[in-house]
Write a protein that binds this ligand. Structure first.
Ligand SMILES: *Cc1c(COP(=O)(O)O)cnc(C)c1O
Length: 433
């Protein structure tokens, strides 16, 4: 492995730019930490996910600094990127976990995330998952319906335990998200419980020995870049908190969820510092413990998806760049119109720009990474980097079309770790009996 020694030759600016913009260019080639992306692709093959640990660390520190005065629990949303090594690194940097399933609980615990730093969201928690979470003594369930609360109560009673719960309230705030599928905080979505019902649930829980209603939770959507919806939702929640405390509900935590938007290369991300300035005083005033559930905002920008151009095909007016990674590895573009910058891993030189569709090899018209994209015309056999792929990339990957899932590599300066090996054909059939 050749190592790219950054930090000289350009006025020492690269060290800083690595923090702010992972995967800068040096001598025309994309680098990750101190390593050339092209070398990683040569060593581990394509398609390939590469994560830059330094940039994840700096995002965690950024959250911690901004919300410092409130000493929040940063419950990383595991579904964004569930790689065990990555979870272990986040745990080492003081993060807890926001989980949505028993499988994510298993991952979080396997990665050493401590039980009292885990919160469990999701509308469809099964008996088995609830039992597992009670066994693990997680910090709290964020409950999404009356039936779920009754189910948790029944199981906790049978196990002779008291389950700590918060109700996920639906604040009926319509935050602007890039796609309707990523909005969760208005009354037409399946998430959360309306105000009046939430109040009734707390009253009901107060009377049960096997329920301990200690929190309140809200999560209004994903990829939100404005502060106002958060403040609006929080102010609505705080209004209810007052009433609940007056009724004797022993609230301890206030979970404002995640969804903090990042910059995918079009426009700008959410200003975390400015958000914290609004949130922190309100939370301090409430006396409750703040929980944040960032997912995407900690890991998205720290990841690239590297794929190799197989063919460049001209069909009439259209040019298709057919690459070896598609919707089975990175489904965001075809699932909800997710935008990712795509560029050559190697030098661009003075190449002409062309308008192309970057498509995968899967037998679906909806299999694409970019449509009508203006970019330096790719060449057959060259590598492309799909940026901002650290979140909802690998976790949404599938074996569709008989495709083994890609390898994942974690880079920390000069340190390169294969953190998940590429699947083999044998892996594809190993579970079948
Ligand atoms: C998905 C999810 C998050 C994280 O969302 P991001 O957009 O990745 O920050 C946080 N909380 C809950 C309940 C979620 O479902």
């Amino acid at each position: 492995m050749r190592v790219w020694f950054w930090g000289f030759g350009d006025g020492g600016g690269l060290g800083q730019s690595v923090l702010n913009h992972p995967f800068p260019r040096s001598d025309g080639r994309l680098v990750c930490g101190a390593v050339l992306l092209g070398d990683l692709a040569a060593d581990f093959g394509t398609p390939l996910y590469v994560y830059d640990l330094e940039s994840i660390r700096s995002r965690v520190e950024g959250f911690r600094d901004a919300f410092d005065a409130a000493e929040p629990l940063i419950a990383y949303s595991v579904k964004a990127n569930a790689n065990l090594t990555l979870l272990r690194e986040l745990a080492a940097h003081g993060c807890g976990a926001d989980i949505t399933s028993g499988g994510e609980l298993f991952r979080a615990r396997s990665a050493g995330i401590s039980n009292e730093m885990i919160v469990f969201a999701g509308v469809g928690k099964s008996e088995e998952e609830i039992e597992f979470a009670l066994d693990e003594d997680i910090y709290a369930f964020n409950v999404e319906s009356r039936s779920e609360l009754e189910r948790i109560e029944g199981i906790a009673q049978r196990m002779g335990l008291s389950a700590r719960i918060g109700v996920r309230v639906n604040p009926n705030v319509l935050a602007s998200t890039p796609h309707e599928y990523t909005a969760t905080g208005h009354s037409d979505t399946k998430f959360g419980v309306p105000w009046e019902e939430a109040r009734a649930l707390y009253r009901w829980a107060l009377e049960r020995d096997s329920l301990d209603p200690i929190g309140i939770d809200v999560h209004i959507g994903s990829q939100i870049v404005e502060i106002e919806p958060y403040v609006l939702a929080l102010d609505r929640v705080l209004g209810v908190v007052k009433d609940l405390v007056a009724e004797g509900v022993p609230l301890k935590y206030l979970d404002i969820g995640g969804g903090f938007g990042i910059n995918y290369g079009q426009g700008s991300g959410l200003d975390i510092g400015a958000l914290a300035e609004e949130i922190v005083p309100r939370v301090l005033d409430s006396g409750l413990r703040l929980i944040l559930e960032p997912g995407r905002s900690l890991v998205a920008e720290a990841g690239v998806f590297v794929t190799e151009v197989q063919y460049v095909k001209n069909c009439g007016q259209k040019t298709f760049v057919i690459v070896d990674g598609g919707m089975s590895e990175l489904i965001r573009p075809s699932h909800y119109g997710g935008y990712h910058q795509i560029e050559p891993v190697g030098p661009i030189d003075g190449r002409a720009e062309a308008v192309v569709d970057v498509v995968g090899p899967i037998c679906e018209t909806g299999d694409f990474l970019a449509l009508d994209r203006s970019m330096p015309l790719p060449m057959e056999g060259e590598l492309l980097a799909v940026r901002t792929a650290g979140a909802y990339g690998f976790t949404m990957a599938s074996n569709y079309n008989g495709r083994p899932r890609p390898a994942e590599v974690l880079v920390d300066g000069i340190d390169v770790r294969l953190v998940r090996r590429r699947e083999t054909y044998e892996d594809l059939i190993s579970g079948e009996v």
